[in-house]
Design a binder for this molecule. Structure first.
Ligand code: GLN
Ligand code: ZN
Length: 778
């Protein structure tokens, strides 16, 4: 086939939740029964239409496939599973007569129903986006269902656009899948590649028939070395899949996109196939060099899409450097286009919406719309020459210079304190000594606790909104929060939990709360990004040197402790997570920034101790998320991330019990790092993966306290006493009872009170039953 020309400027994807989170609201209204499917579909179509118009207005072509169709109601991996018919057996009943899921069925697969657990959820590469993990077995019956994408392509056509549908590619789809329950030992989803590829071919044929000229297949799985599959197999899969898809007669031209890193040895494999275009992430990866003759020749015949505008951060960045990178690809191919390095899913919509932000800071930023405009500028530069965009390049460079010299970006006092630290600032006394010093906490066997937050009720959110709107005074707001804390303490005592929490009602968000109290951060009004499904977060902007002007949590924690004789945990967010869930400055190594945050937390821990708090939890749910995808980069990361946690916590006295919490269950490479954190107790997610983690932990020789989660808080389901008990018995079999803690997977803030109370009651009941059978000290 002769490929249609690829546009000179494009993006790999655009935020889909809406400038004012319209999709979130509509989806949640649908779940609550307030609107029907037709209304939800209308809202979604309006959002897609607005996105196309916006992208065209910002400079992407209307009819040259520059605009991606990257919408999703919930998650793009779930969409791919639906598109290939890979619905787990327990949800077969949701299929209609035509074999399709309706919208309600689609959401049920994502969220679970009754005893039917949802698909597992995990982090998307090194981002804070979570995708749903498809379950693939030897008998999964693949069948093409292009309905959603075809409808979008048609909808765009009707509005005068030729857009580019986006779909997770077949190799990444299988690499991200897990083996379905009941699959024989040793079965790997990638074993099914040969069955899956024809289904993708069918999808492509339907897209071509609907009028798509290009399709984008996302293959970030190829850049990651954290994927548990031998590299030779991955490479062989790439060749097999794209040889076959390339040979399909009826198809759009194919762009394979590889965001989040360099393709390395997958590049020659892809080059050798007949796909028409490759999108390279030149922010994380390098311009390919040292290629063999065959690859060089093959690449020369393809369009190379230069991912030079960082899709994963909010900085305006060095546009001249971005242009030079894109320009340098012309040595490899005559057909070069400019793009974002990743989908813009990870950034908010528009800096111009941030009217409350300091104007100088705002001038250093680029959100999605500004990045699209940058792509348009660079594309013009490629087409017309560098001189044509000299003014834009110079303006971006001037903003960088302004930023480097602005007050607060470098604070000597912060830097001097860090420079003066010795090794002892990073180490506590040995674990056994600490266990002895903590004996007077007098905890029962299998102590029960929660991860920190209790449901953020409408009342709590309303109170915060009224505070922001000036309708409540600070004192009135604090009083309401204290009442909430008192209620939560009473509830936990009634439930019979052993180690209590204050419930975190005062925290809008576990990172933003601290960001607002630390120097060096700014917060946005509308800077929402999708975390999973309808959940969004509003990351703060860490732009300057970090320090703590005053204690941040002590009043709340001491108030809560004053209401109970049981220990109440002090709650902090760790340095790695504060970085991971903020938009972090890119002008110094992350480790330097992390240590600044750690020092502020260290001071806070000292204040909590002095105020009588005996257990302090420092959450690090993002430890794994920031792990570099390339193995060569991992040791340095683990070194600074673990170091910053230790710097934050090592000032604690031996008698202070330090907890940490991690939000996922795939430890693999980070297991040694988790041990190196040297927390006294670590709580982890385990319910959805049915305690798989317990065996992994035992195998790794983990020998501190551990609380594998028994309640999947990402789903509204209440686990029964029997279910919790079975999980707990699995845990008891793998972890000595003296070190085992009982807790949910994560914080309860997104849950309602009814399900929370019922679930915690079942957890306490199950624990009491299991306790009778265990001996501590084993
Ligand atoms: N302490 C936090 C909470 O309970 C932890 C949340 C998290 O790990 N994401 O909400
Ligand atoms: Zn968590």
């Amino acid at each position: 086939m002769t490929a249609p020309t690829f546009p000179t400027g494009t993006i790999l994807g655009y935020p889909r939740i809406g400038r004012r989170r319209e999709l979130k609201r509509a989806v949640e209204a649908f779940w609550a029964g307030r609107i029907d499917a037709a209304e939800l579909e209308t809202t979604a179509a309006e959002l897609r239409a607005a996105t196309r118009e916006r992208l065209a207005a910002l400079g992407l072509g209307r009819t040259d496939s520059a605009i991606p169709e990257s919408f999703s109601y919930y998650d793009q991996v779930l969409d791919a599973a639906v598109a290939v018919g890979a619905i787990p057996a327990r949800f077969e009943r949701l299929r209609g007569a035509d074999g399709r899921l309706d919208l309600a069925g689609y959401f049920t697969v994502a969220r679970g129903e009754g005893a039917d657990a949802p698909l597992e959820m995990t982090k998307w590469f090194d981002s804070n986006y979570h995708y749903l993990v498809p379950e693939i077995g030897p008998d999964t019956a693949f069948a093409a269902n292009a309905d959603a994408l075809v409808a979008q392509v048609r909808e765009a056509r009707a509005a005068g656009f030729v857009t580019r549908p986006v779909l997770v590619g077949p190799v990444t789809f299988l690499l991200l899948s897990k083996a379905a329950d009941g699959a024989p030992d040793g079965f790997r989803p990638i074993d099914r590649l040969a069955d899956l590829v024809p289904v993708y071919a069918r999808l492509l044929a339907e897209l071509a028939a609907a009028g798509a000229e290009w399709v984008q297949l996302d293959e970030p799985g190829l850049v990651s070395e954290s994927i548990d599959e031998p590299r030779e197999r991955v490479i062989a899969a790439v060749s097999a899949a794209y040889d076959a898809l390339g040979a399909a007669v009826e198809r759009p031209a194919i762009l394979v996109a590889a965001p989040y890193g360099g393709l390395d040895d997958a590049l020659p494999a892809l080059a050798a196939t007949s796909v028409e275009a490759l999108a390279l992430d030149l922010v994380r990866g390098d311009v390919p060099t040292g290629l063999d003759a065959a690859t060089t020749e093959a690449l020369a015949a393809k369009t190379l899409v230069a991912g030079v505008v960082d899709g994963h951060n909010i900085w305006r960045g060095d546009l001249a450097h971005a242009f030079a990178l894109a320009d340098s690809l012309r040595e490899l191919s005559g057909a070069v286009a400019v793009s974002t390095s990743t989908s813009l899913l990870h950034v908010p919509h528009d800096v111009d919406d941030e009217t409350a932000l300091d104007a100088r800071l705002a001038s250093w930023l680029a959100f999605a719309d500004q990045k699209v405009a940058q792509v348009a500028v660079l594309a013009r530069g490629l087409a017309e020459g560098r001189d044509a965009i000299a003014d834009e390049l110079a303006a971006a460079s001037a903003a960088l210079v302004d930023r480097a010299g602005a007050p607060g970006v470098q604070v000597p006092a912060v830097r001097d304190r860090l420079d003066a630290l010795g090794a002892s600032a990073f180490a506590r006394v040995d674990y056994d000594t600490r266990v002895a010093a903590q004996d007077d906490l007098a905890l029962p066997a299998l102590p029960t606790t929660t991860i920190g937050s209790f449901p953020q009720t409408a009342d709590i959110r309303r109170a915060r909104a009224r505070l922001v709107a000036g309708e409540l005074t600070d004192a009135e707001y604090r009083e309401l929060m204290r009442e909430e804390i008192a209620r939560v303490i009473r509830l936990q005592e009634d439930l019979g939990l052993d180690v209590l929490v204050h419930g975190e009602p005062e925290r809008n968000d576990m990172v933003q709360y601290f960001a607002e109290l630390l120097d060096g951060f700014a917060v946005t009004q509308h800077g929402w990004v999708q975390s999973y499904g309808s959940r969004c977060t509003r990351p703060s902007i860490l732009w300057g040197d970090v320090s703590r002007p005053a204690a941040m949590t002590v009043d709340w924690s001491t108030y809560a402790q004053s209401l109970s004789d049981k220990p109440v945990k002090g709650m902090l967010t760790g340095p790695v997570t504060i970085l991971a869930w903020s938009f972090v400055r890119d002008d110094q190594p992350l480790g330097d920034t992390a240590r600044q945050v750690a020092l502020a937390l260290r001071d806070e821990i000292g204040d909590l101790e002095r105020a009588g708090i005996r257990i302090i939890q420092v959450d690090e749910p993002a430890l794994r998320e920031l792990l570099p995808l390339k193995r060569a980069d991992q040791p340095a990361y683990l070194d600074w991330s673990v170091g910053s946690f230790r710097l934050a916590t090592a000032g604690a006295a031996p008698a202070t019990q330090v907890h940490t919490h991690l939000c996922y269950s795939e430890f693999g490479v980070v297991i040694d790092a988790i041990r190196a954190l040297d927390a006294d107790v670590t709580s982890i997610e385990a319910a959805r993966s049915r305690m798989e983690v317990v065996g992994d932990l035992a195998a790794s020789g983990f020998d501190h306290g551990v609380g594998p989660g028994l309640y999947d808080i990402h789903s509204p389901r209440v686990p029964s006493v029997e279910e919790v008990r079975a999980l707990l018995e699995t845990a008891v079999a793998g972890v000595p009872a003296g070190r085992l803690w009982v807790n949910p997977d994560c914080g309860l803030k997104t849950r309602g009170y009814d399900e929370t109370v019922a679930s915690l009651a079942n957890i306490v009941a199950a624990t009491r039953a299991v306790r009778e059978g265990v001996t501590v000290g084993a």
